[in-house]
Ligand binder design. Structure first.
Ligand SMILES: NC(=O)c1ccc[n+]([C@@H]2O[C@H](COP(=O)([O-])OP(=O)(O)OC[C@H]3O[C@@H](n4cnc5c(N)ncnc54)[C@H](O)[C@@H]3O)[C@@H](O)[C@H]2O)c1
Length: 437
């Protein structure tokens, strides 16, 4: 393929040379004359293991050259990879100056080109930037229509400096966000030889994935360092602790606990997060990540409550009171909190939870229910259908299997607030809203 690469920094230089190494004809573009001269002389514009040798070989084979002007690059290629910088402003916001400028340059070239061209954003940009900035800038400058006259994709880059060539060849995944099928297919063909999963998705999802990845990496580093700080204070080897932690691939290093849903609760997580935070404070350690967890959870409960109250309807049916399906444990259940707040605000609430009902009659939790939440227990109804018939707003509080089927028995004047992503298996009559999706 004939490819142009805009921006010859860490991402652009590595992409350009790896594509040339693989036999593509590549033109790099950068306004920085020194970078352009270095590449044309077979040298690397950045310090990165193995890059200089690859550049020198690719330039020698005539498959890589660099220019400062966008015109010949767009004319001489079918696809442009945009790898310009997206730095932070002083206030932390994203500076899109280079993205706008490069889109205008490419757009002006597209106006003259006359044949189909695909523009691929590899720079990291916030969700909405493709549709809000990139596409309008390209369309305005070219007087052409994206998706019809030229293609656009978002294709975030996951390489790490220092191991960039290895990462380019072995990415964890390839993500292509598209607005049109044709340009997505063309770009996907470029990555055919990679063994990584190929994920085609909406442009906004592709834009977001890159941020979620990097924020997650940052959370992991901060988490490990806070754990290390506590361990050091109390004389425990933090590396032994984290080695054991990382060996748990079922619950720790796994998709568990990583799906948006309702607040955590139950008899363990709140208690143990609180105890470790307290212990850290006692040791005079400031650990903002650890300290923020309970507050983050509290605000999520607040969001759930606001969603329920936003409908201005008084009759509320709560399905599922325990913090997760299949248990009658009500200790620190966020749904108990939500229910108490609703009752306090004068809402007419009915509850259904098969496990809690059973427990109320005979279970180990009977004592807890009767002594701690008798006001809630009084509102419990023995039949799911009675709650469905009564309520104007139905709140799904845990993922009990019977609730999925119940959604299909609702009327079109009812509202479902789903806190656990018990997505209905098909269309339902009632209006549906999820807490974090
Ligand atoms: N560095 C990384 O490890 C890494 C990894 C993944 C993603 N990213 C993202 O990729 C993007 C690029 O990062 P980088 O570290 O390679 O940036 P960089 O600052 O090293 O390079 C950007 C290059 O773009 C050039 N440029 C500016 N305007 C241009 C224009 N109009 N036309 C052509 N070139 C132009 C600059 O001269 C510079 O050489 C950023 O959005 C970054 O967040 C970086």
């Amino acid at each position: 393929m004939r490819i142009s690469v805009f921006g010859l920094g860490y991402v652009g230089a590595v992409s350009a040379v790896c594509l040339a190494r693989d036999g593509h004809e590549v033109i790099g573009v950068d306004p920085n004359q020194t970078k352009v001269d270095l590449i044309n002389g077979g040298h690397s514009p950045i310090v990165e293991k193995g890059l200089e040798d690859l550049i020198s070989a690719a330039v020698g084979r005539g498959l890589l050259r660099a220019v400062t002007d966008a015109g010949p690059a767009v004319d001489g290629s079918d696809l442009s990879l945009v790898c310009v910088g997206t730095p932070s402003e002083a206030n932390g916001s994203l500076n899109l100056r280079y993205v706008r400028a490069v889109c205008e340059q490419i757009g002006r070239c597209l106006a003259k080109k006359g044949s189909y061209h695909t523009v691929v954003m590899r720079s990291t940009i916030l969700p909405g930037t493709m549709r809000g900035t990139v596409i309008p800038a390209l369309e305005q400058a070219s007087s052409l229509k994206a998706g019809r006259d030229f293609g656009v994709c978002n294709n975030p880059e996951f390489l790490r400096e220092g191991t960039a060539i290895h990462d380019y060849d072995h990415p964890p995944k390839t993500v292509i966000g598209t607005v049109d099928q044709r340009s997505g297919d063309l770009l996907a063909s470029l990555y055919e030889r990679l063994e990584a999963p190929m994920i085609r998705t909406a442009v906004e999802t592709a834009e977001m994935v890159k941020y979620v990845d990097n924020v997650w990496h940052a959370v992991k580093v901060a988490f490990a360092n806070e754990v290390g700080s506590v361990c050091k204070k109390i004389g425990i080897d933090s590396h032994s602790v984290m080695d054991i932690f990382c060996q748990d691939r079922k619950l720790n290093i796994s998709p568990h606990y990583l799906k948006p849903g309702f607040a955590f609760g139950g008899s363990c997580l709140p208690k143990d997060v609180s105890a470790l935070s307290y212990e850290a404070a006692r040791l005079d350690l400031r650990l903002p990540l650890l300290e923020s967890i309970m507050e983050s959870n509290r605000l999520h409960v607040e969001r759930g409550l606001e969603m329920i109250m936003a409908h201005g309807r008084k009759r509320i049916g709560v399905l599922g009171l325990s913090f997760k399906a299949g248990t009658d444990d009500l200790r620190h259940s966020p749904m108990v909190d939500v229910t108490e707040r609703l009752i306090g605000k004068g809402y007419d609430v009915r509850l259904y939870d098969r496990n809690v009902s059973l427990s109320r009659l005979i279970g180990a939790n009977r004592e807890y229910i009767l002594s701690h939440i008798p006001h809630i227990a009084r509102l419990m109804v023995e039949s799911l259908d009675k709650v469905l018939a009564f309520a104007e707003v139905i709140v799904i509080g845990n993922g009990s299997e019977e609730f999925g089927a119940a959604l299909h028995r609702l009327r079109d004047d009812q509202q479902v607030i789903d806190l656990v992503r018990l997505k209905p298996s098909g269309p339902i009559n009632a209006r549906y809203e999820g807490i974090a999706w």
